[in-house]
Design a protein around this ligand. Sequence first.
Ligand SMILES: [Zn+2]
Length: 316
Amino acid sequence: MSIVYTVRADSLQAPPLARLIDLPLGLDIWQVKADHVVLRAAEEQALRLRQMGYTTEEVVGTDDHLATFATAEAIAAYHSAETLEQDLRQLAESQPEIAELREIGRSLEDRPIWALRIGERRASEHKLLFMGCHHAREWVSVEVPYLLAEHLVNNADQPPVRQWLQRGEIWVAPMVNPDGHEFSRNQDRLWRKNRRTNFDGSIGVDPNRNYGYMWGTLNISTSSHVPSDPTYVGPRAFSEPETQAVRNLVASELFRGVITYHSFSQLILYPWGYTSQPIPNASDLSTMKKLAKRMQQLILGVHGITYTPQQSSQLY
Ligand SMILES: [Zn+2]
């Protein structure tokens, strides 16, 4: 039985809080702030942390936490891999001139990974890709890109969507990790990785850590080489069929931009994650920062919630 803890490094003998993320303890880290870290851990793991000098404060038992939102009613409100396929198919069939459903690959358990291509022309130069659900438990990260696809298809005749679809293509792949998603619906609500059986018998690779560029550069608990960790990077770059599917799509379509949705904290992350060095090209960096700022303003305008733009490495 795991518990959600707030961990601080208040006492004199405590190691720096930052060292927490270097620990090979398989902690499920939920939030990293300047003065505390929120994580999910077994009681023995929390005891280890206290022995090291950290203070741990119980926030809530994981089961109690889950009982507040993982109800049958809530589960029914989200897509499963199967209902997502049905709804994407229906969207494509409702506007066949502009929308086309593509299977971009198959998961380890042989579930199709779908992408909806939306746009008037094929092989346009202006192509964007939106993805969701690298992390199985982040269910709303399926719904946001799905609703984006629905909005684009249903408003294809109206400005400004019409102009976007005349000028370019928008690809939407709402569920990159269907096996993990299914497992989080039926077995373990907090499942995060895919369903790979690793060499040590543990299950799952974090697909979000399995991409090729600078793969495996870090070995810390938020990007781990320990197979049983929730952030396991996998045995090698692109070892997983789910990331291979995305790689192959990106290689053939050469997108101008990619956004992937997660549902962890209120952040807008831009490159890079593997290093704390900023993007070296000043104009690229300024483009990223401006985009992130604009997204922040738009989100604030709709929801009144301030998302923080930052370089990915600040989270990882
Ligand atoms: Zn995530």
